[in-house]
Ligand binder design. Structure first.
Ligand SMILES: [Zn+2]
Ligand SMILES: [Zn+2]
Length: 132
């Protein structure tokens, strides 16, 4: 079985994920732009029981656009958000794909909040991203 480990910038917070993610997405919402400091986020989702967390994290909770909570876990030493959970998807852990630092990580399948993206960004993936 494939096992991948994501880590924060300083390496103190790690998430080891077993098996392939059940969902891979790219999000251009404003919350992701602010969380990452970049134009979009890359996100991969596993069932909680397939993710092992090592290291301490702090939690930032925010309300989503429909009022549901989202809880981001970030490293208190370096500030990297490594993973998060959202109220609407109980039992699932989302991991920041950049934290795997793996260019061969499978391409996203879905694109969300594309209308908030930079107009000069085009994504060319095979198969094409499904807009949601
Ligand atoms: Zn860190
Ligand atoms: Zn987003």
């Amino acid at each position: 079985m494939t096992t991948r480990t994501a880590q924060c910038a300083c390496g103190a917070l790690r998430a080891t994920c077993e098996g392939e993610p059940v969902r891979r997405s790219l999000c251009q919402c404003f919350s992701c732009q602010r969380r990452t400091g970049s134009a979009f986020s890359l996100n991969a989702t596993w069932p909680d029981e397939q993710v092992s967390i090592e290291g301490k994290s702090r939690v930032f909770e925010r309300s989503g656009e429909e009022g549901h909570w989202a809880r981001s876990h970030f490293c208190p030493a370096c500030g990297t958000t490594l993973y998060w959970r959202i109220e609407r998807q109980p039992g699932m852990t989302y991991v920041a794909v950049g934290c795997f630092a793996d260019p061969t990580f499978p391409v996203p399948e879905f694109a969300v909040y594309s209308e908030r993206g930079r107009p000069w960004i085009r994504f060319e993936t095979e198969p094409p991203l499904v807009q949601q």
